[in-house]
Design a protein around this ligand. Structure first.
Ligand SMILES: NC(=O)c1ccc[n+]([C@@H]2O[C@H](COP(=O)([O-])OP(=O)(O)OC[C@H]3O[C@@H](n4cnc5c(N)ncnc54)[C@H](OP(=O)(O)O)[C@@H]3O)[C@@H](O)[C@H]2O)c1
Length: 303
C-alpha cells in the first residue's frame, strides 16, 4: 500500500481528489451518537478550530443541530464539506431523502450524499427487505441527484467488494461512486477492500477510525508505546495511520479538548517502521456489523 504524505506535512489542509475532480478534506468531524443538545456545540467548536468537514446522516437524527452548529460557527458555507447519507428505509424515495436532509440541515446542497448501507429496508418492517428493490435501483436514482445541484458528489458506504462488483457491473451504473465510507482502523484494516476501491477510482473514508465508543485500541500496548515515543496521543497516532493510508478520517467527539487534540496533526508523520507495526497489529474487531439488517452486507473480514 503506497503511503500518503501531505505537502509540508500540513495534514489539516490536505485534501484527497475524488473521481469527479472535487477535493474532500483529509480530516473531518464525525457525528454518529452525538446527541442533539451536544452536537451543535461540537460542530461549532470544530469549525472554529479549523475543521472544514462534517459527516452526518439522516439516521443519526441530528442533522438539524449539525446545521445550526455550522451557522453558529460563522464559517462560510462554501468553505465547508458536508456529507450526509440516505437512510435504509428511504431507498425507493431518494428525492425525498435528500430533500429531508437539506431541510433539516438548513442547507441548499451537500458536498457528498452517500447510500448509508446496501440494504433497501422496508419502512414498515425493519426486518424485511423491500420487495422488487435493491441497492442497484437505489443507485440508479441517486445518479440523477447531482443534476439538481443539491448534491455535488454521490457515493456509497458499507459496500464490500462483492456488492461493489454487483453495482459497477450493472448496465444501469453510469457513475462510479466517488467514495466508499467504511470501517477502517488497525483492528479492521481491510487492505483488499481499500486496494479494490483504489483500483476502481473510489476514494475510501475511514469511519470509526479511532475504534468508536470505548475503543479497545486506546489500551493497546504497541500503540501506546509508539504514541509515548513520539509525544502524541494514541488517538493522534490512529488518525495519522488512517491519513497515511490515503483515507480521510472523521473522528467523532463532543468534547472540545478532544476535538482540538484530534486536529493537532500538522508537522509530523509516522516513520516507516511505526506505520508497518500499526498495519500489522494482529487483533481484529468490528464496530458495525450487519446482523441488524434484513440482508447480509459483510462477507468476511476483508471483503
Ligand atoms: N457510514 C457508516 O455506517 C458509519 C458508521 C459508523 C461511523 N460513521 C461515521 O464515522 C464517525 C466516527 O466513527 P465513530 O463515531 O464510530 O467513532 P470514533 O470516531 O472512532 O470514536 C469516537 C469515540 O472516541 C471518543 N474520542 C474521540 N476523540 C478522543 C480523544 N482524543 N481521546 C479520547 N477519546 C476520544 C469519543 O468520545 P466523546 O465524543 O465523548 O469525546 C467517542 O466515544 C461517526 O461519528 C460517523 O460520522 C459512519
Amino acid at each position: 500500500m503506497a503511503v500518503e504524505i501531505a505537502q509540508d506535512l500540513k495534514w489539516t489542509k490536505h485534501h484527497f481528489t475524488l473521481n469527479t475532480g472535487d477535493k474532500i478534506p483529509a480530516v473531518g468531524l464525525g457525528t454518529w451518537q452525538s446527541k442533539p443538545g451536544e452536537v451543535r456545540e461540537a460542530v461549532k467548536v470544530a469549525l472554529q478550530k479549523g475543521y472544514r468537514y462534517i459527516d452526518t446522516a439522516l439516521a443519526y437524527g441530528n442533522e438539524k443541530e449539525v446545521g445550526l452548529g455550522i451557522k453558529d460557527s460563522g464559517v462560510p458555507r462554501e468553505e465547508i464539506w458536508v456529507t450526509t447519507k440516505l437512510d435504509n428505509t428511504w431507498h425507493h424515495i431518494t428525492e425525498e431523502g435528500i430533500t429531508s436532509s437539506l431541510n433539516s440541515l438548513g442547507l441548499d446542497y451537500v458536498d457528498l450524499y452517500l447510500m448509508h448501507w446496501p440494504s433497501s429496508t422496508d419502512p414498515n418492517n425493519l426486518k424485511k427487505h423491500l420487495p422488487d428493490w435493491d441497492f442497484v435501483k437505489t443507485w440508479e436514482a441517486m445518479q440523477k441527484l447531482p443534476a439538481s445541484g443539491r448534491v455535488k458528489n454521490i457515493g456509497v458506504s458499507n459496500f464490500a467488494i462483492k456488492n461493489l462488483e454487483k453495482l459497477l457491473n450493472d448496465p444501469s451504473c453510469k457513475t462510479v461512486p466517488a467514495t466508499n465510507q467504511i470501517e477502517l482502523h488497525p483492528n479492521n484494516p481491510s487492505p483488499k477492500l481499500v486496494e479494490y476501491c483504489k483500483s476502481k477510482g473510489i476514494h475510501c473514508t475511514a469511519y470509526s477510525c479511532l475504534g468508536s465508543t470505548d475503543s479497545p485500541l486506546y489500551k493497546n500496548d504497541k500503540l501506546k508505546k509508539i504514541a509515548e515515543g513520539k509525544g502524541k496521543t494514541v488517538q493522534q497516532i490512529l488518525l495519522m495511520w488512517g491519513l497515511m493510508r490515503g483515507t480521510d478520517v472523521i473522528p467523532k467527539s463532543v468534547t472540545a479538548s478532544r476535538i482540538e487534540a484530534n486536529f493537532e496533526l500538522d508537522g509530523w508523520k509516522l516513520e516507516d517502521d511505526e506505520f508497518k507495526a500499526i498495519s500489522s497489529l494482529p487483533e481484529r474487531f468490528k464496530v458495525c456489523g450487519d446482523a441488524w439488517l434484513p440482508v447480509r452486507v459483510f462477507f468476511g473480514d476483508d471483503e
